[in-house]
Design a protein around this ligand. Sequence first.
Ligand SMILES: [Zn+2]
Ligand SMILES: [Zn+2]
Length: 387
Amino acid sequence: MPASRSKNYYATLGVGRDAKPDSIRKAYRHLARKLHPDVNPGDTAAEDRFKEIQEAYGVLNDSKKRKFYDRFGFYSDQAFAEGTGARRPGGRPGGFGFDGFDFTDFGSQAGPMPGPDLGSLFGNLFGGTRRPKPGAAAQSEGEDLEYTLDIGFEDAIRGTSARLNIDRQKTCSPCAGSGLAHGTPPRQCDDCSGTGQVHQAAGNMRFSVPCRSCGGDGRVRSPCPACAGEGRVRSMDSIEARIPPGTGENSRLRLPGKGNAGLRGGLPGDLYLVAKIGEHPFFERSGFDIKIQVPVTPAEAILGAKIEVPTIDGKAFLRIPPATNSGKTFRVRGRGVTDPRNGQRGDQFVRISIVVPEIPDETTKDLMREYAERNPENPREAILRSL
Ligand SMILES: [Zn+2]
Ligand SMILES: [Zn+2]
């Protein structure tokens, strides 16, 4: 990206200078959807605007680049790389394109500058290899975390709450996440003698910029000893999670803000719990439906019967007609799992399986022989006929 003119990235995205990272993201997404070239084919004005919001977002969404922009009123990759010490080893900065550079934000007369002077200027401002001092270090967002959560079969259907112990970065309590020592009074910043401004000269031009060490405040504080200035500490955290009724296998439950705390008060990440649902001895889940296999006797299968079957909320009666074969499946409406999105319940599917008992007594066997004589049939006839 070439060095660019001073642009108001905040105005481009329609957010205030103090906008939090998530409102910047929201504003960007909203505009990107509206101005995307796919949505506005052939509209060059929309395309230009789209490029502008992408550029603005690229800077404001990166806390370090945003800090650079806030301080200097412009952003370019090259100046940023120089300023933050990402300098080629032993090399002088080269190829600076500062033409058209706008200095008005620095409170001095505008004028084009020769590149190399500015290169060293930014090197000085950012201190090259100097470590940033506490208080001037940037915030950043906490990471999202993902954990697997084992849920019992019935708990997933009815909903439950689970208490989890999670290893995460929590906001440091002694400093409330600021990373700054609590209770020690701020002292005057050495680098700017408490003025909050440092003076820079480039060629025949002098101007002042906000002091990097104290962020323009003129005062600095020691880093918090509990978190070494990070504003967060790693610890086991006990978290209560509500498992909604109807939770399915591999559902991702999001607990906003329960991921890692951000650096130095940055926004926390989210925690995702991925549901792994336990098995049941005879019920099986299929989305919001329940499946079960139910045994019947040969007499029930032949004559038909009203049988009792288990459902997830107790027993229910199911009427099976005469001549019901193994494998035949009946639907019991509304006895499945409640869909949390619309409150509707799935169904239960009952699959019949004929179970043949061992018959010890001769009288029953005689009855079966009589049955066979009275009903001469060959159920294999059709398959044999095809030979
Ligand atoms: Zn200072
Ligand atoms: Zn702390």
